[in-house]
Design a protein around this ligand. Structure first.
Ligand code: PYL
Length: 276
């Protein structure tokens, strides 16, 4: 998993309204609608039964390992607030922050060390992992952007936690899924996992050939300049949860409104609905 840098998150809080408006322009859905769809909520539930706004959500800075990323907890708290929930950042860090959150009556905790970024519902015990949430959140956004994925061929690049979650969400939306990973055994593991629950996933062993055969892409790998201008056609639609963005700079302009990519927003929003 790529570790975010201060520059990756520095602009998130101040640009959330514009980000959401852009998302609506690309997908027809807001960040909240995409996150709710990702966890199986019907749109009506989102508006009939408004999530209990009084729920306190605590975001806890964690100093372990490589430590604090400047702007990280602030960005997480702003995204949650943008969704209509009450989020606060604990004054204390680490265990002190967990204690402060519990004593403040927070029902949901968000915290990230170097290995995992989780949301925890203290009341139900539900846990949402950022990798899993990001994969299904991006696929929900892609489904909106494509006007449905039933019967459509989709290539997942990267068979890590995000790619695995994306592949499962894709087959559940009825897509025909292929997977490419530098490490063939990772693709085989993903394919076997989905086969066990009745889904067939094609394993691609050559990226160039895979990109020639697919125009709907999920880039879930941490490699930049993977998708080049020559790989992009007028039919290309791309969900790119991977950090850094895998699309060559010239390709970003070409893709324009057919590219979903952000460092935290879709993953955090999906985690929030995942633990409600
Ligand atoms: C959650 C992000 C998404 C991609 N990489 C993940 C990452 O950067 N993880 C590290 C997060 C560390 C946060 C730090 C803090 O500020 O509390 N412990």
């Amino acid at each position: 998993m790529t570790r975010l840098k201060r520059d990756d998150v520095s602009g998130i809080a101040s640009a959330l309204a514009n980000y959401d408006a852009e998302l609506v322009g690309k997908t027809g859905c807001t960040l909240k609608e995409i996150a709710a769809k990702a966890v199986g909520w019907q749109r009506s539930k989102l508006y009939d039964k408004r999530p209990e706004q009084h729920r306190q959500v605590a975001v806890i800075p964690m100093t372990c390992g490589q430590g604090i990323i400047e702007g990280f907890v602030e960005s997480v708290a702003c995204i949650i607030t943008h969704l209509g929930f009450k989020a606060f950042i604990t004054k204390s860090r680490d265990a002190g922050g967990v204690a402060e959150a519990a004593q403040s009556g927070a029902e949901i905790l968000f915290m990230a060390d170097d290995d995992r970024f989780v949301a925890v519902n203290l009341r139900t015990g539900k846990v949402s992992d950022n990798g899993d949430a990001t994969g299904k959140g991006y696929v929900a956004g892609l489904e909106c952007m494509c006007g449905g994925l039933e019967g459509k061929k989709v290539l997942v690049i990267g068979a890590g936690p995000v790619g695995n979650s994306a592949a499962l969400a894709l087959v559940q939306f009825g897509a025909e899924v292929a997977v490419y990973d530098l490490n063939l055994s990772s693709s085989q593991r993903l394919s076997r996992k989905l086969e066990k629950i009745g889904y067939c996933v094609t394993i691609e062993t050559d990226l160039e050939s895979a990109l020639e055969k697919h125009c709907i892409l999920v880039d879930a790998c941490p490699t930049d300049d993977l998708i080049l201008l020559r790989h992009i056609t007028e039919d290309t639609m791309m969900a790119a949860p991977g950090i850094p963005l895998g699309v060559q700079a010239a390709g970003v302009g070409q893709l324009s409104k057919r590219l979903l990519h952000d460092p935290l927003q879709i993953g955090v929003a999906t985690m929030m609905f995942d633990v409600l």
